[in-house]
Design a binder for this molecule. Structure first.
Ligand code: PMP
Ligand code: GLN
Length: 386
């Protein structure tokens, strides 16, 4: 194995899901729903399979999906992208992030990101020979995760090539505020940096969040320097489909596509028309999806609080983080490895998503994208472990 990949072991998600299977524990680790997405989308996929849409689709994705992606961004965020040249379909957001970094970073270039970061970011940065410059998110006295603006300023420098921003943020559930985004935008412009945004949780911002979701590309001066990434997995409960997309100015999208064509060439022919159907669903779908997750968030927060955890209320995403100190925990990795034996529940230690392990040592993440009966069972097991 090449040296740049040696620091990366098996992903924590695979490790913890395997532990859940081995121990029969309730899996609140890896973030995937246990119910299917919209029936219209599933029917369209079955129809596409039967209709023989099973060969290589066009390189940038089928026109009807690119058009649907552009229409969706206009409808929800007022962003205009030309489906011909400014949108490309990828194998999930994961491939889009990897291809964006590989397309834009020379070896030694720096990527500013916020830690805890989604695990594929560090690996993609390493594959490009680039260097990550993490800025730490820490829980504040108000229970919200925040960063020190001076630390963000200090992370930018002459080698900064891009900032990789995930909002709503996994694993903290943080939604970056307009003030925070304005600082990111100011620094990008000051340093001539690009932005790559991971917005896979764009439809999961809860009604009590401090701000609504604001795509960084909507800020002045940002559309022309931003690759905006999202995917169908979370919004339509189909994480196994791996249909994602990137939108941005033609030069950035064509750079990404140059890399994508040699990573996967194309992907998911019969699923692409189905995702186009899903993106055009009525507002009621998106509202009910969010409300359903918010109710399950509240259910899990109740369960975790009863079990003694100090819960940090997330403003968005599938996830809630909690401090294990009140339960006598001092290290999230040890705590999560022991939790299935202790009470039959799997969670993910967020420590593994930090370079500064100390900052995340006592924090663990639970996924609430599960059926209410599953969350009830998990809560009762956790209470018994007190
Ligand atoms: N980014 C973030 C922040 C995620 O949580 C995930 C996990 N679903 C992904 C990217 C990966 O998305 P996809 O499955 O579309 O590749
Ligand atoms: N995004 C999901 C999570 O954070 C799972 C992704 C994965 O398994 N790679 O749990």
């Amino acid at each position: 194995l090449v040296s740049r990949m040696r620091p990366f072991g098996t992903t924590i998600f695979a490790e913890m899901s395997a532990l859940a299977v081995r121990t029969g524990a309730v899996n609140l680790g890896q973030g995937f729903p246990d119910t299917d997405g919209p029936p219209e989308m599933l029917a369209a996929a079955a129809e596409a399979l039967r209709a023989g849409r099973n060969q290589y689709p066009p390189g940038p994705g089928i026109p009807e999906l690119r058009t649907a992606v552009a229409a969706h961004q206009r409808r929800f965020w007022g962003l205009e992208y030309d489906p011909n040249g400014e949108v490309v379909i990828t194998a999930g957001a994961t491939e889009a992030v990897a291809a964006a970094i590989l397309a834009l970073c020379e070896p030694g270039d720096e990527v500013v990101c916020f830690e805890p970061y989604y695990d594929s970011y560090a690996a993609s940065i390493a594959l490009a020979g680039a260097v990550r410059r993490p800025v730490t998110l820490r829980p504040g006295p108000d229970g919200r995760y925040a960063f020190d603006p001076a630390a963000l300023r200090a992370a930018f420098g002459p080698r900064t090539r891009l900032v990789l921003l995930n909002s709503p943020h996994n694993p903290t559930g943080k939604v970056f505020t307009p003030t925070e985004l304005a600082l990111v935008a100011e620094l990008c412009q000051q340093h001539g940096a690009y932005a790559v945004t991971d917005e896979v949780y764009e439809h999961l911002v809860f009604t009590d969040a401090a701000s609504r979701h604001v795509p960084l590309a909507t800020l002045p001066g940002m559309r022309e320097r931003t690759l905006r990434i999202s995917s169908a997995g979370k919004t339509f409960s189909c994480t196994g489909w791996k249909v994602g997309w990137a939108s941005g100015p033609a030069e950035l999208v064509s750079a990404l596509l140059r890399v994508k064509q040699f990573l996967t060439f194309v992907n998911a022919a019969p699923l692409q028309p189905a995702v186009a159907v899903a993106l055009a669903l009525s507002d009621a779908y998106f509202d009910e999806f969010r409300a359903g997750l918010q109710a399950r968030r509240d259910q899990l927060i109740g369960g975790l609080t009863d079990a003694g955890f100090e819960v940090l209320t997330p403003e968005g995403t599938y996830f809630v983080t909690a401090d294990i100190t009140p339960l006598g925990g001092t290290d999230g990795v040890e705590f999560c490895r022991a939790l299935p034996e202790r009470c039959g529940v799997v969670a993910v230690p967020t420590q593994v998503f930090y370079d500064d392990a100390e900052a995340g040592r006592r924090l663990v993440r639970f996924a609430f994208c599960k059926r209410p009966d599953v969350l009830t069972e998990a809560a009762s097991r956790l209470r018994a472990a007190k």
